[in-house]
Write a protein that binds this ligand. Structure first.
Ligand code: AMP
Length: 174
């Protein structure tokens, strides 16, 4: 099964992605995680991440395509954080079956992020605000893009973890 998870930062994508990965026995791939790893050796990416801006479409499309060409992704995957713009979605077809939107308000997301213990330099308030703004501007049109294709599964991400997961499983019929 080829799945995409969409939601603002703090919506619970990595939590639900890991649960789905375990249940379906397919790998979970987070574009943000890949970029954070790359940023250790790449100043340009490090600066973009710290500012909360998006990496250019061409760059991220190349990176994700290279990953998905690996044999372990052949039987399916759960993608988190990609595609994030309509250009990325248009250029990335790849037989995606369902796109899961974890619907969480800005207020709830900010509340959750502020309670996180990890100290990431891309989690400054300024960067978080920038990212939430970009989600509405760039990624909500991606949600519409998949909705029009009949691939969208929207779930209430403000419920507790187990309930969100069972909503997803029900929607995917797994
Ligand atoms: P995330 O962990 O998904 O919130 O991603 C962290 C950061 O990585 C984002 O704020 C962007 O700077 C960058 N990033 C992740 N995925 C993408 C993407 N699909 N397109 C552009 N930039 C991305």
């Amino acid at each position: 099964m080829k799945l995409i998870l969409i939601g603002i930062q703090g919506a619970g994508k990595s939590t639900q992605g890991s649960l789905l990965s375990e249940k379906l026995q397919i790998p979970y791939l987070s574009s943000g995680h890949v970029l954070r790893q790359m940023s250790r050796e790449n100043r340009w990416i490090k600066e973009i991440l710290a500012s909360g801006r998006l990496v250019p479409d061409k760059t991220i499309i190349e990176i994700i395509s290279q990953y998905l060409d690996k044999p372990e992704y052949e039987n399916g995957y759960i993608l988190d954080g990609f595609p994030r713009t309509v250009t990325q979605a248009e250029q990335f077809e790849n037989g995606v079956e369902k796109v899961i939107l974890l619907d969480v308000s800005d207020k709830e997301a900010l509340w959750r992020i502020s309670g996180r213990s990890e100290d990431r330099d891309d989690e400054t308030l300024k960067a978080i605000r920038k990212r939430i703004g970009l989600f509405h501007q760039e990624t909500e049109p991606v949600v519409e893009f998949y909705k029009e294709k009949g691939k969208l599964l929207s779930v209430d991400g403000e419920k507790d973890i187990d309930e969100v997961f069972s909503q997803i499983c029900k929607g995917l019929d797994i």
